[in-house]
Write a protein that binds this ligand. Structure first.
Ligand code: DGL
Length: 270
């Protein structure tokens, strides 16, 4: 038993999709969420910068008593998971492996497409994870950097979004992948457009899988909080324009309990 909160961080508010999934599976757990909106996006920045930011984000959550840390940002998880795991004593889970495991369960042809930010795709993290999980699948990655601003703009079904999506996904469609991994917090919101182009194949949104693995891990480590209130505290490093509207789009419910924080106190993580 451990009544401390679960810590979840993302580059911004997209990671609230993971919060939503975790709340559904673990309704009694308290959650402390950090969205680094002041430094968003992560997916177009360098590996070094994102490793540094990820350490600071984790430190913030640990300072707030997180018993377990979830890296909800695919770009962070791609480049910083191992480093964060080594540096902190709390258990840490990322969003890459749970999705890979799920994709391997459902693929029939072994031809798997992965879409994500430029950092995620070019890091090679997905290829590495597939290899480590012993699969000899064919992994076809495609960076879709324009998807994040389109989702933030709310252009979920806009003609421009369809045009861009067609361009990005054309090759994966031609290559006949039978499973597509949505390797970014924002992409589940584009599911309708993506499905229109890719058709009736398997889709993996890792947020649910992360919730399931987290629940299993907490049970194994005897760290569950079965009687908690299920409170969610949302901390953002900038209350950016439209953050509430965008956040509620991800969370699927009104956003309460949020405040702006500065990560100055985490300078020690440098
Ligand atoms: N959260 C990021 C990810 O999942 C997308 C937004 C960004 O680039 O910061 O990769």
């Amino acid at each position: 038993l451990n009544k401390n909160p679960i810590g979840i961080f993302d580059s911004g508010i997209g990671g609230l999709t993971v919060v939503k999934a975790v709340k559904k599976i673990l309704p009694n757990e308290d959650i402390v969420y950090l969205g680094d909106t002041a430094r968003l996006p992560y997916g177009t920045k360098s590996t070094d910068a994102i490793i540094q930011f990820s350490k600071e984000d984790t430190q913030f959550l640990v300072d707030r008593g997180a018993k377990y840390v979830v890296i909800a940002c695919y770009s962070s998880a791609s480049v910083a998971l191992d480093i964060v795991r080594k540096r902190f004593s709390v258990p840490v889970i990322g969003v890459i492996e749970p999705g890979v495991r799920r994709a391997l369960q459902i693929t029939k042809t072994g031809k798997i497409g992965v879409i994500g930010t430029s950092l995620t795709i070019f890091s090679g993290a997905y290829e590495k994870a597939f290899k480590e999980l012993g699969a000899d699948s064919e992994i076809l990655g495609k960076a879709c950097p324009l998807f994040v601003p389109l989702v933030e703009e709310g252009w979920l079904e806009h003609d421009a979004t369809k045009l861009i999506a067609r361009d990005y996904l054309e090759q994966l469609k031609k290559d006949n992948v039978d499973t597509l991994l949505l390797g970014c917090t924002h992409y589940p919101l584009l599911m309708k457009v993506i499905r229109e182009i890719m058709g009736d194949i398997n889709y993996v949104d890792a947020s649910t899988e992360v919730g399931v693995e987290l629940a299993q891990n907490l049970a194994e480590l005897d760290m569950k909080n079965p009687s908690g209130a299920g409170d969610t505290g949302i901390y953002l490093t900038d209350l950016s324009m439209n953050f509430k509207e965008i956040g509620e789009r991800f969370l699927g419910e009104p956003m309460k309990n949020f405040s702006r924080v500065s990560l100055k106190s985490t300078e020690a993580a440098r």
